[in-house]
Design a protein around this ligand. Structure first.
Ligand code: HEM
Length: 410
């Protein structure tokens, strides 16, 4: 592979090279050093790799995470549910509406609020861990464990009945709704997403009516209780909040757990240490998130033309804030390519910053900890990750682990 960060060409940008897929940290290190605001010509987009720049751009008013600012954005048809959702989600709602949506769920998501969900989370994790206990042969930890859990946790917290059929239906709907939020969508995918949103709205509406009459210990009942106060939440708001939690909290947590497990398998001594001392888990989770959350970048869209470190950013262009770029920045994390369960992880930027700071940060960390704890209990000590059989989804410079085959032995 010949592409390096110092010789980008339109056809051969280092971020689109095989070398980036194989070892993104090397390319990112070179960009961080020599071209920290890197123009990706084939995508007409930018990659930001320095920690300080990533932190700044999380809250810089010249950029925004509302996808409608993206130059390639094609609005959904007027009057459609998709259009409504694209204009009123956590990233696009007007400021006062956004703040209200945050207020509605913020109490539920405090460390104390989340602690109350611990039992529910453990139940869900056990539901999936039980199927792995005592297994032999090759087990895919993505499809059987990491991927379904976060979504099921959100459905349980929300108040979706804990019936297998309902949970699977919710999971499928959630996947289709999430895909509908993508800024580039073909007409067929749009139709599927539109149908899914309509179904989700009807479902949540029905649940809201039920919970109105018979409140339970769940988010819909909580939100409806607020409905009776001076500043009522509407059913529309409840739908938007739930869709937002599903969209933001499912795949992120699944990726965190998947990449975390992969990292542990790549560091057997630290995996053994964590197995033996689970009190290390909270910091281990954060270090896993720092070390490898994939090569993804969080998008921002320029709301105006502006100069950034001598580069001319044009209105509508996407800027990708590289988590891995920031988290491997040696000016903040000494010896950044070393995975270290005992590292100081306070400066993590994985949950963003400012008005859009992740509402689910406490939930995500608790949930990942419970997932990894259970995984270490059911994965035999001599199990082997079949690294060369991992399936990857690759799209431009982004890649995602789609399967994590682990040989549990006989
Ligand atoms: C490891 C897992 C997670 C990671 C890495 C993560 C990361 C993030 C980041 C970086 C943002 C800011 C986005 C931006 O500024 O553009 C965000 C926002 C958000 N996250 Fe998470 N998240 C995770 C899990 C969750 C969970 C479990 C939930 C809830 C169930 C959740 C709910 C949200 C919501 C609602 C927002 C939007 C907040 C707003 O715009 O005001 N996240 N998350």
């Amino acid at each position: 592979m010949s592409a390096t960060a110092s010789e980008p060409t339109s056809a051969n940008d280092p971020l689109l090279s095989e070398a980036y897929f194989e070892k993104p940290e090397d390319i990112l290190a070179e960009l961080r050093e020599n071209d920290p605001v890197h123009y990706i010509e084939p995508l007409d987009a930018w990659m930001i790799t320095r920690y300080d720049d990533v932190r700044q751009l999380f809250i810089d008013p010249r950029v925004n995470n509302d996808r409608r600012y993206f130059q390639g954005h094609v609005p959904a048809p007027e009057g459609s549910y998709l259009r409504w959702m694209s204009e009123h989600n956590f990233f696009s709602a007007p400021e006062d509406e956004h703040q209200r949506m945050r207020n509605l769920v913020s109490k539920t998501m405090t460390p104390r609020g989340v602690k109350r969900m611990e039992g529910q989370i453990r139940d869900v994790v056990e539901q999936f861990a039980a199927k792995l206990r005592g297994r032999s042969g090759v087990v895919d930890l993505v499809s059987e464990f990491c991927s379904p859990i976060p979504n099921t946790v959100i459905s349980r917290i929300t108040g979706i009945p804990a019936k297998e059929n309902d949970e699977v239906r919710f999971r499928n709907l959630a996947r289709e709704v999430i895909s509908g939020i993508s800024p580039l969508l073909d007409p067929e995918a749009r139709k599927i997403a539109e149908r899914a949103i309509v179904e989700l709205c009807e479902w949540v509406g029905e649940l809201a009516r039920e919970r109105g009459a018979h409140p339970q210990e769940d988010l819909i009942s909580d939100l409806l209780a607020k409905h009776d106060e001076d500043d009522p939440a509407t059913v529309d708001e409840i739908i938007l909040v739930i869709a937002g939690l599903v969209a933001a909290g499912s795949e992120t947590t699944a990726v965190g757990a998947t990449m975390g497990l992969r990292t542990l398998f790549h560091h057997p001594e630290q995996m053994a240490e964590l197995r033996a001392d689970r009190s290390l888990m909270p910091n281990a989770v954060r270090e896993m998130l720092r070390f490898d959350f994939g090569a993804a970048g969080l998008p921002r869209y320029a709301v105006e033309d502006f100069e950034f470190h001598g580069k001319s950013i044009k209105k509508g262009q996407p800027l990708f804030l590289s988590f891995k770029g920031a988290h491997r920045d040696p000016s903040v994390f000494p010896d950044p390519d070393r995975f270290d369960l005992h590292r100081d992880t306070r400066d993590l930027t994985i949950f963003g910053r400012g008005t859009h700071y992740c509402i689910g940060a406490n939930l995500a960390q608790l949930e990942m900890g419970i997932m990894l704890d259970a995984a270490l209990d059911v994965i035999p000590e001599d199990a082997k990750l079949l690294d060369d059989q991992i399936e990857w989804m690759r799209m431009a410079m982004f890649s995602r682990v789609e399967s994590l085959p682990v040989d549990f032995g006989q």
